[in-house]
Design a binder for this molecule. Structure first.
Ligand SMILES: [Mn+2]
Length: 336
């Protein structure tokens, strides 16, 4: 299968051959890193280490402290004096490389991803859009490579799978997801502790910010759409950074009757980072695609530039939500 860029989509056995044939890797993760891109990156780094190969994981943004229990376990030993082989994990589009885009966008030799919206920017791509988390792909890669998974690798991969599935709750979760999760548990990892850190713990400043954001929440289209806008003022008043807001996108959709949740976060440099979460029949990626973004059917993202103020950005998104709802419901949707 080839995409419009004529870049190649490859089988996992070919991806395994690729890793066997090289020795010195740079592993790129996406900006605003989450558990899945980090679990994939550091999990892959550990697999490569067990094969006697060198690698370093890099990310545009600072890696949140809470992932240290596995990120600290991977040797970061790529030799930058020699030629490195650049791979990307869980990165659907070069735009998502953030500050690394300029340097690396044209040199990614292999991408391992699970987003069906992957634009095919790498020379070769292993894509499994049925995988709930990219860490499932890394797990399959370990099997294809014949590398024994160990407790440290299991910590990384389990974290990615658990976080991308909302702790095995989201509709992307498959029987295979559970099987892999169960298999990883058998390496003796403390899954209750991982899930406590990932899902049960919020900082005080995060709670302060949530109070403000909930207070300003809007409902549209007969209560089917909830919009949360996190303004710079909210960041400044609470002292929150972007890394403190992971998972905030799930709030809007958790409200009874809401099938489209839109969360806008105002960026420091102006403009908005927007996350859309939906329930059937609404396609989140279709909404985001209309403004140059993409993602999964129930979880997608896009951006609007600094020419938009908060009110205009919300209006712009509501227009696209309305259009996609009308397509998906095959009827007119009015704002009430
Ligand atoms: Mn992912």
């Amino acid at each position: 299968m080839e995409n419009s860029n004529n870049n190649l989509f490859i089988e996992i056995s070919k991806a395994a051959d690729f890793f066997k044939s090289k020795d010195n890797f740079v592993i790129l993760t996406h900006m605003n890193p989450d558990g899945d891109t980090l679990g994939s990156g550091f999990g892959l780094a550990m697999l490569l280490d067990r094969m006697g190969k060198k690698s370093t994981v890099i990310c545009s943004d600072e890696i949140p402290q809470k992932y240290e229990y596995f990120t600290s376990l991977a040797p970061q030993n790529a030799d930058f004096n020699k030629k490195t082989t650049v791979v990307a994990v869980d990165v659907a589009d070069v735009k998502l490389l953030g500050r690394l885009e300029e340097k690396y966008a044209g040199s990614v030799e292999l991408c391992i991803d699970h987003h069906f919206s992957n634009i095919g920017y790498a020379e070769a791509t292993y894509l499994d859009s049925n995988a709930a988390a990219n860490c499932e792909c890394i797990y399959d890669l370990a099997k294809a490579l014949g590398v024994e998974i160990d407790k440290d690798i299991a910590l990384a991969l389990y974290t990615g799978i658990s976080t991308d599935t909302g702790c095995f709750r989201f509709s992307n979760t498959t029987a295979k997801t559970h099987r892999i999760g169960a298999n990883l548990m058998e390496y003796g990892i403390d899954t209750a502790e991982i899930n406590r850190i990932m899902f049960e713990t919020k900082s005080r400043i995060r709670v302060e910010l949530e109070k403000m954001a909930l207070d300003a929440m809007e409902f549209h289209f007969d209560g089917k759409c909830a919009v949360i806008t996190v303004t710079r003022e909210m960041y400044e008043k609470t002292g929150c950074k972007d890394e403190d807001l992971e998972g905030i996108t799930s709030i809007s959709r958790s409200i009874e009757g809401v099938i489209v949740g839109v969360t806008l976060r105002e960026r420091e440099e102006g403009g908005f980072k927007i996350s859309v979460r939906t329930y059937p029949p609404v396609d989140a990626s279709a909404i985001c695609k209309r403004v140059g973004g993409g993602g999964h059917i129930r979880a997608a993202g896009c951006q609007l530039g600094p020419e938009y103020n908060a009110k205009q950005a919300v209006a712009e998104m509501l227009m696209h939500v309305k259009a996609v709802m009308e397509e998906d419901f095959a009827g007119t949707v009015t704002d009430k």
